[in-house]
Design a protein around this ligand. Structure first.
Ligand code: OOG
Ligand code: MG
Length: 255
């Protein structure tokens, strides 16, 4: 594929996100390397407009997510400053194409981490952990895509909310979690759904960024991936997440 073709797809996906209008799936099958190249160009456009790269998100780290989307390989995307939604704030449904929300766990990186690392090394690099809600929004029509389509679309990254940061000593093994809409349970599960333990997602994150010639830097946020299937957002609801031992976070959805 020519650079201009990659650039054209990146611009189309960025435009779809900016105007909150769905775009058809990519016409031709592309390689995974090209999909990540498009993602990087797509993010490059956002950085050129003044956004900052603030971390990464991991995707398809739970069976529930893989089954829901029919995709079975781990993916990742880049998070920028404009994606961060304050805990308790409101988002506007009209700013998105067809947003969904999923319960996650976030890591705050304290020490540079990249390449093949073990769980103890990953744990030692964490400064804090927090409950998180990821707002995903595919720019593709009907929220349908192939693995390479979604990677090119920055792995559906769109927004995220973080709860209070907790000590990295908090044991993340098998913590119960409940995501609620207007106080009623919408999805529940366990942090163990994330690759058996969320720390494994951080280990994988260190590996995949290194493959792209990047690293997890101090101050970076890493979203470990949805622990349950994602739920569609509706106007007027309040979304909350409570993770055992970690705490809660939430946001409102306006029409
Ligand atoms: C792709 C993003 C996957 C996760 O946590 O698994 C993801 C999608 O489902 O649209 O964010
Ligand atoms: Mg996610």
């Amino acid at each position: 594929m020519k650079h201009a073709d990659l650039e054209a797809i990146a611009t189309r996906l960025d435009g779809a996100a900016r105007t909150a209008t769905a775009t058809p799936q990519l016409e031709a099958a592309i390689s995974l390397a090209h999909a990540y190249a498009i993602q990087r160009l797509n993010i490059g456009g956002r950085l050129a407009r003044g956004e900052r790269r603030i971390g990464i998100k991991m995707g398809f780290t739970s069976r529930a997510k893989m089954v829901q989307m029919g995709v079975s390989d781990l993916i990742w995307g880049r998070l920028t400053s404009d994606m961060l939604v304050d805990d308790g704030a409101s988002i506007r449904l009209g700013d998105y194409v067809h947003p969904r929300v999923e319960p996650e766990v976030a890591f705050l990186v304290g020490r540079r981490l990249a390449g093949r690392v073990g769980a103890p090394q990953a744990l030692a690099a964490i400064e804090a952990v927090a409950p998180a809600l990821e707002i995903i929004d595919s720019r593709y029509e009907n929220f349908r895509f192939s693995l390479t389509d979604v990677v090119a679309d920055n792995s559906s990254s769109s927004g995220f909310v973080l709860g209070p940061w907790r000590s990295p000593a908090t044991d993340l093994d098998n913590l119960g979690l409940v995501m609620a809409f207007d106080g009623r349970a919408e999805a529940f599960g366990s942090t163990a759904a994330i690759l058996g333990h969320p720390l494994r997602s951080l280990v994988a994150a260190a590996r995949v960024v290194a493959e792209a010639g990047e690293a997890l830097e101090p101050g970076d946020i890493v979203l470990a991936g949805g622990a349950t299937a994602a739920s569609a957002l509706r106007a007027g609801i309040h979304v909350s997440l409570e993770v055992e031992s970690l705490g809660r976070c939430g946001f409102h959805v306006e029409g």
